[in-house]
Ligand binder design. Structure first.
Ligand code: AHR
Length: 326
């Protein structure tokens, strides 16, 4: 039976402004009295096109599954996510799902959820915790593999050439699983050939504005940049603006690899401004709602649910763009 909610003693815990209800959640902040399953979802933020598509997928899937969704946007701050999770515990939701902004520092709040007997599902990003009993399952991509795919394309692209290849890297949010894993997966593949040199690597926080700003600095400090590896499309798109402003041709003078494959990224790929995109799917909503129903019903679910993904060249982008949903 789904947990019925008593009056929630939110006190100072609830960051009212950061919490917005979706799917008919009750304005008082107390939970659901009509027998519907209630999910508290603590989102990372709205930093990228990927994130916007992910939020839409979660909200639409909750509505379609008849799940009441309490949604919060942490604006890329761990403390906001922790506050939101605590408020969901206080509201006695049936299940908590969240996409951890960074990998570490979650054990305490996850223990609080466990003590309150509220199951937790990790979506999109993992936590770095030894205690896997703190969450029921993790649904999302293999970010290390994404980094490897980016590296493999590069190795193939420069096969048979011996000149040094100067690479600059725009990393995602510092401490986040996708930034850590995409960096290490890529590095693992290119390290086999010393001609590949990462001459600068800095965070662009997964945003277009920061990607542009950091790329401007890279261009000023480094006269010869051959390749840009950006951990997401948005940073790559910001960097393209900086490259064009510097009088260079993105995709030609500087080869560009990104991750995500959102519509704007695919459009730039089709136009030849990006050379290769590794897909990371944001459409996690329907599977998440399925898993939520199962864990609340006490069914066993796999500890890890992997998202299926592909890669795109400019030709492939042209072919799929008309059907691209996000
Ligand atoms: O965690 C997934 C990553 O977060 C996406 O690749 C990026 O665009 C987003 O901000």
């Amino acid at each position: 039976m789904f947990r019925k909610v008593a009056t929630a003693a939110l006190g100072g815990l609830l960051v009212a402004a950061a919490l917005t209800a979706c799917g008919g959640a009750d304005e008082s902040g107390s939970g659901n009295d009509d027998g519907k399953l209630t999910m508290g979802f603590a989102q990372v933020g709205a930093e990228s096109g990927w994130r916007t598509a992910n939020t839409k997928s979660v909200q639409e899937a909750a509505a379609a599954a008849g799940i009441e969704l309490k949604f919060s946007d942490a604006q890329q701050k761990q403390e906001n996510q922790i506050k939101a999770i605590r408020s969901y515990i206080a509201q006695k939701v049936d299940v908590i799902a969240f996409s951890p902004v960074v990998e570490t520092g979650w054990d305490q709040v996850l223990k609080e959820a466990k003590d309150a007997k509220i199951p937790v599902i990790l979506t999109d990003r993992a936590v770095d915790s030894k205690d896997t009993s703190l969450y029921k399952t993790f649904i999302g991509s293999d970010f290390v593999l994404e980094g490897k795919k980016a590296g493999e394309w590069l190795v193939k692209e420069y096969q048979g050439k011996s000149d040094t290849v100067n690479i600059v890297e725009l990393q995602g949010t510092t401490g986040s699983a996708p930034a850590n894993d995409r960096k290490s997966g890529f590095a693992d593949v290119i390290k086999a050939d010393p001609k590949f040199k990462v001459i600068a690597s800095q965070t662009g926080e997964f945003t277009r504005a920061k990607g542009k700003e950091v790329m401007e600095a890279f261009l000023k400090a480094n006269p010869k940049i051959d390749v840009l590896y950006a951990h997401n499309d948005d940073m790559g798109l910001g960097a393209i603006e900086a490259i064009e402003a510097a009088g260079k041709k993105p995709g030609v003078d500087i080869k560009i690899i990104t991750v995500d494959a959102v519509k704007d990224g695919m459009t730039a790929l089709a136009a030849g401004k990006i050379n290769f995109i590794v897909e990371c799917s944001p459409l996690l909503g329907p599977q998440l709602m399925d898993l939520a129903k199962k864990v609340v019903a006490g069914e066993t679910v796999p500890q890890r649910v992997l998202t299926e993904e592909t890669t795109f060249t400019p030709e492939q982008a042209k072919a799929v763009l008309p059907e691209r949903k996000y």
